[in-house]
Design a protein around this ligand. Structure first.
Ligand SMILES: Nc1nc2c(c(=O)[nH]1)N[C@H]1C(S)=C(S)[C@@H](COP(=O)(O)OP(=O)(O)OC[C@H]3O[C@@H](n4cnc5c(=O)[nH]c(N)nc54)[C@H](O)[C@@H]3O)O[C@H]1N2
Ligand SMILES: Nc1nc2c(c(=O)[nH]1)N[C@H]1C(S)=C(S)[C@@H](COP(=O)(O)OP(=O)(O)OC[C@H]3O[C@@H](n4cnc5c(=O)[nH]c(N)nc54)[C@H](O)[C@@H]3O)O[C@H]1N2
Ligand code: SF4
Ligand SMILES: [Mo]
Length: 812
């Protein structure tokens, strides 16, 4: 008998609705997109179609295993990777982990236990909760380079943890820029909506060093040298100012932002009421009121001026009288920015970014002339402003350009205030409020990282603490859905750290044996999405945001369990009150009831099958989309000025060079390190997504590996010719850190002087296709990356702006 089961794929952030047909032999015989799912309208990608291949793969981990000579008291770390594995039960595994953790907490404190996670795979909220179950030591996760560098700068600018570069009403846009992002590969829900907009007449621009599938769909490809997007954004901003087109946004900028706040050029601070009158407040700000040609005082705490009908002038220089009677000429914040970007002429931008002047002008033309006068939107992701030395300032430059393009804010056709991030980090699920703010590893180096997302350690400092024991030793690491060797920068150091004897217990939960768990002490088998019920953790959808009740389609192999099982079982040993649930179904229903049904005045549902029959709960987004929330007082801009901050004093307080966007060269670059560039003569970006893979996963799955069988490096045809490199030839790709192998892929579609390596590190062989694996050190671009030159405040590692050289190899 066959039956159809509704569930959700979480092999990327799209989280598409799927219908699996299963038979009595525990096999998946058909995979279909769920046409009723508002996320994907029935469309799936190749990753979902391999569900059966993954489910029945002979190499799946089936039982918990322990390294033979490891024990709580004598970890024998010298035998890592050499010992045999012995099968243990789940209870034994959790007993051993608990016993070791209790010892470590007694001796060193909870900060010596680190939990690691990768990107969202349905379990991250509960992983936070687990960590906080022992008032934990914080996590290590790749969010220093993932979504958060962008969210952190928008948090500073907007005073809200949301994503204005994603939460857009794309379908109603007249022009869209895809800035360092490829949503066709990386998150189908946005890709589908952008393609709808294009069909409706929107013009699409792609900013990317490489011409990819998304470029082929676009009206304009703007190639850039990796790591220089901030300069492009400031160049376009300059054109906005020079052309006067920014004035379309004047009403919004005047009303919602601090563009018009007067600046003291000597201190590069906003002028305060206290500067003007004795006894004035240091937290009240000064604007020039156009209506009466005099100053007015803005009071953030009540979000009003000291009198009615004030219209702040967003531009200009105004003379004010200071409290000592002296006069001072003060520009507005936006006027100051206008002057500072004036140097970014198209010619100068072209010299820095290597983008032809005419492309910059064409881009400006498209974004300022959206089809049918609809809005001009942009989406910026990893390539633009998250993985370079200047990540946050580049992100701020893009965010402010977006404001100048005057999209409707908090309204149809523009930027929506989606609530996902607050929602995701709600202490009701993450239990953050149980843990008093503590020192995190790396806090002193990158203060913004721990302040914006309070629970995380800087990855590089975690490996240092494993290697040196300073400032405190990391004794236990538990990885769930993360392969540190593939994920973080500087793999060679991570490998050393994971072998070091300071780390006494390393637990790793995964689908397969990986290079990371080969050197672990306890390995736990994870269930695939087709084999589990509970899943949510990144309700990222801009519009609409359904909560899905997935059903388990097939039984997991052996004793593999879903990640929630492990989190629940270990968590309740330390904080039973936080883990009252007996099953993953109960956990999913709790989320549905607490976060979706009850707050919307709906009756809770306590029967999983009943909920599964309904399938989708769309309680916000779509028809339920809430707009004009700020107007209604529902949303506040939690900045010091209670306004969107073009001029941000917070930036210098986190160690940045300016309260306004600025551009600095990547830490390794032709201009920053000219001597190095003589030898390492290509600008390298790493990690672009492949359609077929999810990070380092699935190079062992034939239907996916066949699409990209070999590690490859993309090169411009002139660069290849100059080096006498031919298509498909094996090359060494080398940075100052190390070298890996890749096949040359040569085209016109790479900006000259740059090279790109995609994300999968080909750690697994694919037996069906007779294709080799490349372990952790032969095909993994993170051998080439480093934490050196990380963004100052946030610590974003420059994975997308390095210098490399390529040389020929003759054997594999
Ligand atoms: N050089 C470079 N490095 C990068 C990036 C880049 O662009 N360039 N991108 C960065 C970004 S943005 C991110 S988010 C990280 C992501 O990094 P990670 O998410 O850590 O990805 P992987 O390194 O592939 O490790 C994930 C492991 O989890 C396993 N797995 C998959 N699903 C599940 C599951 O449901 N349960 C369990 N227990 N295991 C599962 C997989 O088999 C795999 O071995 O990588 C970062 N690293
Ligand atoms: N298939 C698949 N989907 C995924 C993932 C996956 O591994 N596989 N990972 C998921 C995760 S965790 C994340 S964070 C998202 C990332 O989602 P995206 O950011 O959309 O995806 P990427 O392909 O990493 O990067 C987008 C583009 O940035 C370009 N780029 C590289 N350097 C630069 C630069 O300096 N400037 C500019 N302008 N562009 C540059 C790359 O060539 C690439 O085409 O994808 C998610 N979705
Ligand atoms: S991998 Fe992503 S886009 Fe593909 S089906 Fe799964 S959730 Fe959808
Ligand atoms: Mo990510």
């Amino acid at each position: 008998m066959e039956k159809k089961v509704r569930t959700v794929c979480f092999d990327c952030h799209s989280k598409c609705g799927v219908i699996l047909t299963v038979n009595d032999n525990n096999e998946i015989v058909r995979v279909e997109g769920d046409k009723d799912c508002p996320v994907n309208d029935g469309i799936l990608c190749v990753k979902a179609f391999s569900a059966q291949e993954i489910h029945s793969h002979p190499d799946r981990l089936k039982y918990p295993m322990k390294r033979k000579t490891w024990s709580v008291d004598e970890p024998h770390t010298e035998n890592r990777g050499k010992d045999e594995w012995e099968r243990i039960t789940w209870d034994e595994a959790i007993d051993l982990i608990e016993a070791k953790m209790r010892k470590v907490i007694d001796e060193y404190g909870p900060q010596s236990i680190i939990i690691s996670q990768g990107t969202g795979r349905g379990s991250n909220h509960f992983l936070d909760r687990l960590n906080n179950s022992w008032n934990g030591g914080g996590k290590v996760w790749p969010t220093h380079v993932c979504l958060l560098p962008n969210l952190a700068q928008t948090h500073v600018t907007w005073g809200r943890m949301f994503h204005p570069h994603e939460a857009c009403d794309y379908r109603n846009a007249g022009s869209i820029v895809m800035w360092g992002t490829n949503p066709i590969r990386s998150r189908q829900y946005s890709g589908l909506r952008i393609m709808d907009a294009k069909r409706n007449g929107a013009h699409v621009v792609v900013v990317d060093p490489v011409f990819r599938d998304i470029g082929a769909k676009a009206d304009l490809w703007v190639p850039v040298r990796p790591g220089t997007d901030g300069a492009l954004a400031m160049g376009l901003t300059n054109l906005m100012f020079q052309s006067g087109k920014f004035m379309n946004a004047e009403p919004m900028l005047s009303k919602w932002t601090n563009s018009g706040f007067l600046i003291d050029a000597d201190t590069r601070m906003m002028l305060r009421e206290a500067d003007l009158v004795e006894g004035g407040s240091d937290e009240h700000y000064v604007v020039w009121d156009k209506n009466v040609d005099a100053i007015a005082i803005w009071r953030p705490e009540t979000e009003d001026f000291d009198r009615e009908d004030v219209h702040p002038d967003i531009m200009g220089v105004h003379e004010v009288t200071l409290k000592d009677g002296s006069k001072k000429e003060c520009k507005t914040g936006l006027e100051t920015y206008k002057d500072e970007v004036a140097m970014w002429t198209p010619e100068k931008v072209s010299a820095v970014t290597w983008t032809p002047v005419e492309k910059i002008l064409q881009m400006f033309d498209i974004i300022t002339n959206p089809t049918d006068g609809k809005s001009s939107l942009l989406t910026a992701y990893l390539g633009a402003c998250m993985m370079t030395s200047n990540a946050l300032q580049s992100g701020r430059a893009i965010t402010i350009l977006q404001l100048l393009l005057n999209p409707p804010i908090d309204d149809k056709g523009g930027i929506y205030f989606n609530t996902f991030w607050e929602f995701m980090l709600d202490p009701k699920i993450t239990a953050y409020d149980r843990v008093p703010p503590k020192l995190r590893l790396g806090y002193d180096k990158h203060p913004m990282y721990t302040q914006v997302y309070g629970n995380a350690n800087i990855p590089n400092d975690v490996w240092d603490a494993m290697l040196t024991g300073e400032p405190w030793p990391v004794k236990v690491m538990i990885s769930v859905a993360n392969d540190p060797l593939g994920c973080f920068e500087d793999t060679e150091k991570i490998h050393r750290a994971l072998l070091n004897d300071i780390l006494e217990l390393n637990v790793d939960m995964d689908y397969f044996m990986t290079p990371g768990n080969e050197i672990a002490d306890i390995v736990l088998p994870a269930a695939h999405w087709s084999e589990r019920v509970g899943v949510f953790d990144e309700e990222l959808y801009p519009e609409p945001c359904p909560f899905i009740i997935p059903q388990k389609a097939v039984d997991a192999p052996g004793e593999a369990q879903d990640d929630w099982y492990f989190q629940r079982e270990l968590g309740r040993r330390f904080a039973p009150d936080l883990w009252p649930w007996k099953s993953s179904e109960e956990m999913q229903l709790w989320r549905l009831n607490e976060f979706h049904l009850k707050p919307n005045g709906k009756e809770p549902i306590n029967d999983y099958e009943e909920a599964a029959k309904i399938g989708y709960f769309v309680l916000y987004g779509g028809e339920n989309r809430t707009t004009r929330q700020h107007e209604k007082g529902l949303v506040k801009f939690q900045t010091p000025t209670s306004r969107i901050e073009v001029f941000s004093e917070q930036m210098p307080s986190y160690g940045y060079d300016s309260p306004l966007p600025s551009y600095s060269e990547p830490f390794e670059s032709p201009y920053q390190t000219p001597d190095l560039y003589k030898e390492y003569d290509l600008c390298l970006t790493t990690g672009a997504r492949d359609y077929a893979f999810y990070h380092s996963a699935w190079t062992n799955i034939a239907h996916q590996r066949i699409l990209e069988p070999w590690p490859y490096i993309e090169l411009n045809e002139d660069d290849a010719r100059e080096r006498q490199i031919s298509e498909g030839e094996w090359l060494w790709v080398e940075t100052r850190r190390g070298k890996i192998k890749a096949k040359a892929r040569i085209s016109k579609g790479v900006i000259k002087g740059a090279a790109s390596m995609c994300r999968p590190n080909y750690k697994h062989a694919c037996k069906e296709l007779n294709l080799p694996g490349f372990s952790w050190d032969k095909g993994n671009p993170n051998i080439l990356t480093t934490a050196e030159g990380s963004d100052p405040g946030f610590g974003a590692a420059p994975m997308r702006s390095l210098l490399c050289k390529v040389t020929k190899v003759n054997e594999l």
